[in-house]
Design a protein around this ligand. Structure first.
Ligand code: NAD
Length: 481
């Protein structure tokens, strides 16, 4: 069986412990490869390689660095099918989704930041005849990048690309639940000629490798995407060390559907925004608020659409939903479905684990689930479930729905459906969230600031924001007179 290797100092190497973790295919429930069970010794080797590589990499011209990252982007592009199949097997997501979204986005991340870094400029502040100030922007040194399992290569590269493009060396850790495409990336990094030590990928558990990265005194910046609880643990370690922190955390996103919406578009997009990737996207809407005058019509049409969804083998193109990422996560989602029932919720469709046939008979499949009849402030409507489960609820007034929408501790994304321009602007301005989509969902321009408020995170990724995060500013003041 295949053993994934760490990528340290330009080489694929075994973990110091020589121990490996089982990697399970969620669509079959079976172990299909082994992941290095690395620890602080491997992180130390990665930091030492990154320290050695940093002077040359940071001094290299932006154009040359950009060329290497574009080469890497092109290599991924040449292997889209291989990466898509690997992502699907590792995560349980449908292969068509990985082919259309995850892997092309990883290609775009490298391409975008390879070119964006060429356009980052700094300011000068003239004090007339007295002095001239200018701002120098330099890489932080070694960046620690830690990513989750839901969009594995997509989010891993969303961090690594700006860190490298702005002249940093990187010590990165993908989720131990979905490490495969990060491993494939390390093979391509060698082929692309990324100099040894510039990018290091250490596989393993969060409490070992992740913690060692966060605690390491020579890593001054941590870019993390994952759960809010993990974000808290990271902040606790990083804050007294005064590290730069970018935290992209959980969400409990509202979808607000007004009666004057374009009904068909709102309906079909809400199906997607609720259940794409098994509902395992931090930006999925999990609380759907529908203006009362169209509540029954929308509810009936929504449930009809969802009953048509095919859940099946992720490697088959006709499966619209694949497997839940892991057994513990499936159990968590089932727990919340049970909690919703205890809280008085009525299951309109779904609610059950699915047993498929043959190879997939032990996989972790779940019906897309819609629940109604819950109050906005019950646990089901306040806590992140992160699966194919949504609640629906009617509303009458704008103030009322804004109160519902803003009632959670989270504030990542929101979706608003209305044809009334004034209302769209008013509601968007009053929502407590980092992103508001009006009459669309997951329409992404990589230049825009991306991130959440409240317990959904600190800082912004995307565009120049990420390049600013991975660099330090220095003001140089020159007296002229
Ligand atoms: P997680 O927090 O369990 O793990 C994320 C990463 O952190 C993994 O690589 C894990 O190994 C590592 N980790 C775990 N404990 C650690 C520790 N103590 N120190 C350092 N690293 C540690 O999250 P997950 O279950 O992989 O991902 C799901 C969560 O991610 C959801 O809450 C989801 O909303 C969130 N998410 C947020 C965004 C966003 O952009 N805001 C995007 C995707 C996912």
């Amino acid at each position: 069986m295949q053993k994934i290797q760490n990528y340290i100092n330009g080489e694929l190497v075994a973990p110091q412990s020589n121990q490996y973790i089982d990697n399970i295919n969620p669509a079959t429930g079976k172990v299909y490869c082994y992941i290095p069970d690395s620890d602080e010794r491997d992180v130390e080797l990665a930091v030492s390689a990154a320290s050695k590589a940093f002077p040359k990499w940071s001094a290299m011209s932006s154009e040359k660095r950009s060329g290497l990252l574009i080469k890497l982007s092109e290599l991924i592009s040449q292997h889209i099918e291989r990466f898509a199949i690997a992502e699907s097997i590792d995560n349980g997501k449908p292969v068509w989704l990985a082919r259309q979204v995850d892997i092309p986005r990883a290609v775009a991340n490298f391409h975008f930041y390879a070119t964006a870094a060429l356009h980052l400029s700094t300011e000068t502040h003239s004090m007339g005849d007295t002095a001239l100030n200018y701002t120098l922007r330099t890489p932080v040194g070694i960046a620690g990048c830690i990513s989750p399992w839901n969009l594995p290569l997509y989010l891993f590269t969303w961090k690594i690309a700006p860190a490298l493009a702005s002249g940093n060396c990187v010590v990165a850790k993908p989720s131990e639940i979905t490490p495969m495409t990060a491993f494939l990336l390390s093979e391509l990094a060698i082929e692309a000629g990324i100099p040894p030590g510039v990018l290091n990928i250490v596989h393993g558990y969060g409490h070992k490798v992740g913690k060692a990265i966060v605690s390491h005194p020579k890593i001054p910046a941590i870019s993390f995407t994952g759960g809010t609880k993990t974000g808290e643990d990271i902040a606790r370690i990083a804050a007294p060390m005064f590290k730069k922190l970018s935290l992209e955390l959980g969400g409990k996103n509202p979808n607000i559907i007004f009666a004057d919406c374009d009904f068909e578009k709102a309906l079909l997009t809400t199906v997607r925004s609720s259940f794409s990737n098994q509902g395992e996207i931090c930006l999925c809407g999990s609380r759907i608020f529908i203006e009362r005058s169209i509540y029954d019509k929308f509810k009936n049409a929504f449930v009809e659409e969802i009953k048509k969804i095919k859940v099946g083998d992720p490697l088959q193109d006709e499966s619209w939903l694949g497997a839940i990422v892991s057994k513990p996560h499936l159990e968590k989602v089932l727990y919340y479905i049970d909690l919703a029932k205890q809280e008085g919720g009525k299951i309109l469709c779904g609610g059950n684990q699915i047993s498929l046939m043959g190879e997939n008979s032990s996989g972790y499949f779940l019906e897309p689930t819609v629940i109604e009849g819950l109050s906005y402030n019950c646990r089901t409507n306040q806590e992140e479930i992160f699966g194919p489960v949504v609640t629906i609820q009617p509303f009458d007034e704008i103030d009322e729905v804004l109160m519902y929408a803003n009632s959670t501790t989270y504030g990542l994304a929101a979706t608003v459906w209305t044809e009334n321009l004034t209302r769209a602007h008013t509601v968007a301005a009053r929502l407590h969230s980092g992103i508001v989509w009006v009459n669309c969902w997951l329409l992404r321009d990589l230049r825009t600031p991306f991130g959440g408020v409240k317990s959904s995170g600190v800082g912004r990724e995307g565009g120049f924001e990420a390049l600013r995060f991975f660099t330090e500013e220095k003001n140089v003041c020159i007296r002229l007179a």
